[in-house]
Ligand binder design. Structure first.
Ligand code: NDP
Ligand code: GDR
Length: 371
């Protein structure tokens, strides 16, 4: 008998990689997607199976983490062995603008899942994975950050995720549920949302290299993040749920890099060397050499500027994770390092925008979609 998994947030970056992984492992995968006025399943369209076919391995259900009624119904209908709760309003900066919604979806949403499992009498059958985050560490207390490091959240998103973290621990301890937190550090990929900094940079660098955009505006270039690849991190999620004893794990690479250096690495991939000048909101990056055959940029051209619009009211300056427990207990080791991740993201975005340029050159309207 195939195992049954339910993924909330299946249309997101991690949901797409995890669904792919679980289908390859022979699971029947159910996913919850939100109703939206436009199609929102682009990341999982390649996994779609016609519901009219026999032996369908993947099925989507409409739902929302803010609606208990549909969560209870879907969990009752699907009787999952494993729930991966990945759905969230996941953008830290946006959470300052939508704090109440973020608390509802990211905090209480997790409670709704756990309580549905309990009310349906599934506490001995269904394991729950909660997508916890390195944002819980927030204001630096110690580095590197491990499972024992105290939390100090610095955004409405992180505070909501703090509630979700502790309610998961509480249901484990109170009701003996297999409910666990993966405390994942930043992970990226070609499927990363376009407004997170890495994807914004790879898209911007690709467009500038192809002559489609003049400049990229960014916020805090000093922030340092421990960046891994989403493909490696969904493997860790699955491993966490296969352990005999339910425990929480940090998943990270143990290497940290500044936003500034990520910019440098991305432009390097398209033959553009940069020099950073100035300080704080006056900082810019100018071209020092261009070995890009498709579009020549003159030396001295400004291609990156700081725009304080992207600063956050409270920032998380430095994240660097200690993955020792995951390495030891889960035998987990990432396959990608940062250069390989940047290369893959840049190749994807150059290819994407080459197609866009062809459309533009053929006279088609292309929405200007950089942020
Ligand atoms: P994404 O933003 O790419 O995906 C979020 C998913 O949640 C999307 O499918 C989105 O649907 C869905 N969603 C949002 N709000 C709701 C809601 N109210 N009800 C139902 N579904 C909803 O995030 P990632 O894939 O990058 O991250 C997955 C999870 O891991 C998130 O919980 C995130 O907070 C957490 N996390 C991510 C890290 C990272 O670096 N990527 C690191 C640590 C934790 P739609 O497509 O319709 O918008
Ligand atoms: P983060 O990711 O907040 O760490 O949350 P993001 O990529 O948004 O920011 C990383 C750092 O880059 C700085 N930055 C900018 N960020 C954005 N988005 N846009 C900019 O223009 C920009 N310029 C500089 C930010 O200030 C920040 O310091 C991600 C999300 O996936 C969360 O859901 C997840 O929990 C954490 O990672 C771990």
């Amino acid at each position: 008998m195939s195992k049954i998994a339910l993924i909330t947030g299946i249309t997101g970056q991690d949901g797409a990689y995890l669904a792919d992984l679980l289908l390859k492992k022979g699971y029947v995968v159910h996913g919850i997607k939100r109703r939206s006025s436009l199609f929102n399943t682009e990341r999982i369209d390649h996994l779609y199976q016609d519901p009219h076919d026999k032996n369908v391995q993947m099925k989507l259900h409409y739902g929302d983490l803010t609606d208990s009624t549909n969560l209870i119904r879907i969990i009752q209908e699907t009787q999952p062995d494993e729930i991966y709760n990945l759905a969230a309003m996941s953008h830290v900066h946006v959470s300052f603008e939508t704090p109440e919604y973020t608390a509802n979806a990211d905090g209480i949403g997790t409670l709704r899942i756990l309580e549905a499992v309990r009310l349906l009498g599934l506490t001995k059958k269904t394991k729950v994975y909660q997508a916890s985050t390195s944002e819980l560490y927030g204001l630096v207390q110690e580095v590197p950050q491990s499972e024992k490091t105290p939390f100090y959240p610095r955004s409405p998103y992180a505070v909501a995720k703090l509630y979700a973290y502790w309610i998961t621990v509480n249901y484990r301890e109170a009701y003996g549920m297999y409910a666990v937190n993966g405390i994942l550090f930043n992970h990226e990929s070609p499927l990363r949302g376009e407004t997170f900094v890495t994807r914004k940079i790879t898209r911007g660098a690709a467009r500038i290299a192809l002559g489609l955009q003049d400049k990229l505006y960014l916020g805090n270039l000093d922030a340092q993040r421990d960046w891994g690849h989403a493909k490696d991190y969904v493997e860790a999620m699955w491993r966490i749920l296969q352990q005999p004893v339910p425990e929480d794990y940090v998943i990270a690479t143990g290497v940290t890099t500044s936003v500034r250096d990520f910019v440098r690495m991305a432009f390097d991939e398209v033959g553009i060397e940069l020099e950073f000048k100035g300080k704080d909101e006056k900082e810019v990056a100018v071209v020092t050499a261009c070995n890009n055959p498709e579009y020549q940029l003159p030396a001295g051209r400004e291609v990156v500027s700081v725009d304080p619009r992207y600063y956050r009211p409270t920032e998380v300056d430095l994240l660097i994770g200690d993955p020792t427990k995951a390495q030891t207990m889960l035998n987990w080791k990432p396959q990608y390092d940062l250069p390989a991740l940047v290369k893959e993201m840049m190749e994807n975005d150059v290819d994407l925008f080459r197609k866009e340029r062809m459309l533009q050159e053929a006279g088609y309207y292309v929405r200007n979609q950089f942020e």
